[in-house]
Write a protein that binds this ligand. Structure first.
Ligand code: DC
Length: 206
């Protein structure tokens, strides 16, 4: 079984996807971390994330184990990740890996922006998880604080809006719900309620 979970930054899709994978005994792949690893490697190597050739080379020779999760979760890396994620050759370089994980038994839950539309258009279940920008900024702000990254809420909200725009307006695999995706708005739901709603959707489609 393949479950595709897409949605904007900090919508709660990562937490949901991880728990859904565990619940149904599936592999979990956070596809955003692939783009973040490309971005983080470029910054660490003194390369400009806007350099498409360098980004392509970095994606093709990627060492997925090079960074700790905390290093990938900073605002700077998130920002650079959304820049490299707009490059067709970077997306192409990461596509095969994602499809291989998805098609390996017993199946997988993948979360990202284009899983239901591009990576796994034939996924058994497609969820599009959203929440208001303010609620997502509140969550991301808390997450960053917990990791010791001190930023103001206003800055987090502003960065989120910039990233939303870039992810949704790019020509290559833009963020948008697949036609057959089920929408799940988590603005008013805590993680437990969102998880229960997602389990019902997945169970119903099985
Ligand atoms: O979900 P995230 O914040 O970790 O994603 C980081 C960036 O990667 C984000 O700006 C969008 C991009 N991304 C993408 O374009 N396609 C995906 N499948 C996953 C993430």
């Amino acid at each position: 079984m393949i479950v595709a979970i897409d949605g904007p930054a900090a919508s709660g899709k990562g937490t949901l996807a991880r728990r859904i994978a565990k619940h149904f005994g599936l592999t979990y792949l956070d596809t955003g971390s692939l783009y973040r690893t490309v971005a983080c490697a470029m910054l660490a190597d003194g390369l400009d994330p806007h350099d498409a050739e360098a980004a392509h080379h970095t994606a093709e020779t990627l060492d997925l184990k090079r960074f700790e999760d905390a290093q990938l979760r900073t605002i700077a890396v998130g920002e650079a990740a959304s820049v490299v994620a707009a490059m067709p050759k970077v997306r192409q370089a990461l596509l095969e890996l994602q499809r291989t994980v998805a098609s390996t038994p017993p199946g997988a839950v993948l979360d990202g922006r284009d899983i239901g539309t591009v990576v796994c258009p034939d996924a058994d279940v497609k969820l599009f998880v959203t929440a208001s920008p303010e609620e997502r900024a509140r969550r991301r702000h808390l997450e960053l604080q917990a990791g010791g990254d001190v930023q103001t809420y206003d800055l987090v909200l502003e960065q989120l809006r910039i990233r939303d725009r870039r992810d949704a307006e790019r020509s290559e695999a833009p963020l948008k719900p697949a036609e057959d995706a089920v929408l799940l708005d988590t603005s008013e739901l805590d993680i437990e309620a969102a998880f229960q709603a997602a389990v019902e959707i997945v169970s119903g489609k099985r």
